[in-house]
Write a protein that binds this ligand. Structure first.
Ligand code: ZN
Length: 74
């Protein structure tokens, strides 16, 4: 597999850093060169939390569907 290379300093090691864009309150995660700090890409800050929120919503919809199905049978 090819080794990722920083476009600025030709370094080969990268790290995840948090930063807050101007005008935003939410932090974003970026992958940056660990030598010179050149950003390589961004990451979703908290996919786990968003997935958890979706799971709760789906469970609520499922419960309502069950109640509707039950009412239709009665
Ligand atoms: Zn670099």
């Amino acid at each position: 597999m090819a080794v990722s290379t920083c476009i600025k300093c030709a370094g080969h090691s990268f790290e995840i850093a948090l930063f807050t864009p101007i005008g935003e309150s939410r932090k974003l995660s970026i992958v940056q060169c660990s030598s010179c700090g050149t950003p390589i890409g961004t990451m979703d800050p908290a996919p786990g939390l968003q997935l958890q929120a979706l799971k709760i919503q789906v469970a609520a919809i499922d419960e309502r569907l069950s109640r509707i199905a039950q009412a239709l049978q009665d």
